[in-house]
Ligand binder design. Structure first.
Ligand code: NDP
Length: 278
């Protein structure tokens, strides 16, 4: 597995295994085990997915030592603030049974449309994350779904975010946020790299996949990587779990990259952090 590097020197495997909408059951235990057996070393979890116990069982039974895995989780919106974040972290590492986290993210920013003191709420959450990081309980800290105006206050703190995990797939380039992160040494991770499946029937992508001898899913994942965005494909289907890793043996040429870039404005989830009601 190739890796990308965070500004604090931590290496992060270049594709992560997504776990949103994976059930809290043997399906997910087996999904995680299949992923690790297929070569994934990076697992993207979150408390709100309601399946961290099953993800943890998969990790415990995967046969690869904990220190060879890169495990991410996220603090949910109801646990924002200093004390609640510290407690949420303890619950997550207990559920995952993993001792420490490689990466912990603020799942969504508190935003002005819901909170007058949104910036302070994010700073209080960040103070807890920073403390956990300095205590060595988390190897890297970051955010998710933050736009530049949400990031600005955090960029003035002692430890700046290392990652921003945002929706990123053909049809949704999030150029302003991606550029801001590039300029500030923040690695961007792409959630829903297949648009939760919405990319798969697109004719432009199908044509490129056919000519590349690859699947549409592999084209989407490869396109993220060539944009230096770390993709997090999710599947509980063994053949797809493996397929989604086989993207390091081909390259999209500049013309095809541009064709995909020009698909901008389709297939997005519509979840705007400045408008969501959660
Ligand atoms: P993806 O964009 O990865 O799409 C997953 C869907 O596509 C599933 O229905 C899966 O089916 C199917 N699929 C996967 N691989 C293939 C393939 N090769 N061929 C055909 N179909 C395929 O999904 P998500 O929206 O789940 O996003 C990925 C991850 O990003 C999440 O799991 C989560 O970890 C993260 N995320 C983070 C968010 C955030 O706010 N930070 C928000 C949303 C997601 P099946 O499983 O049945 O095989």
């Amino acid at each position: 597995m190739e890796t990308m590097r965070l500004y604090n020197g931590i290496e992060i495997p270049a594709i992560g295994y997504g776990t949103w909408q994976s059930p809290d059951s043997e399906v997910t235990v087996n999904g995680v085990k299949t992923a690790v057996a297929s070569g994934y070393r990076h697992i993207d979890a979150a408390a709100v997915y309601g399946n961290e116990v099953s993800v943890g069982k998969g990790i415990a039974g995967c046969g690869v030592p904990r220190e060879e895995l890169f495990i991410t989780s996220k603090v949910w919106n109801t646990e924002r603030g200093y004390d609640a974040t510290l407690a949420a972290f303890e619950k997550t590492i207990k559920d995952l049974g993993c001792g420490y986290l490689d990466l912990y993210l603020i799942h969504w920013p508190a935003s002005a449309h819901m909170y007058a003191d949104w910036e302070q709420i994010n700073l209080d959450t960040w103070r807890a994350m920073t403390e956990l990081y300095k205590a060595g309980k988390i190897k890297a800290i970051g955010v998710s779904n933050f736009k530049p105006h949400h990031l600005e206050a955090l960029m003035k703190t002692e430890v700046k975010p290392m990652v921003d995990q945002i929706e990123f797939h053909p049809g949704l380039l999030q150029e302003k946020t991606a550029a801001y992160c590039r300029e500030n040494n923040i690695l961007v991770e792409g959630w829903s790299p297949l648009g939760t499946g919405r990319m798969l029937d697109n004719e432009v992508l199908k044509d490129i996949a056919l000519r590349s001898g690859k699947s549409v899913a592999q084209v989407c994942i490869r396109w993220c990587i060539q944009h230096d965005i770390l993709p997090l494909p999710k599947s509980v289907t063994p053949s797809r779990i493996k397929e989604n890793l086989q993207v390091f043996d081909f390259e999209l040429n500049a013309a095809d990259m541009e064709k995909i870039d020009l698909l901008n404005n389709f297939g997005g989830s519509g979840l705007d952090p400045d408008q969501v009601d959660f």
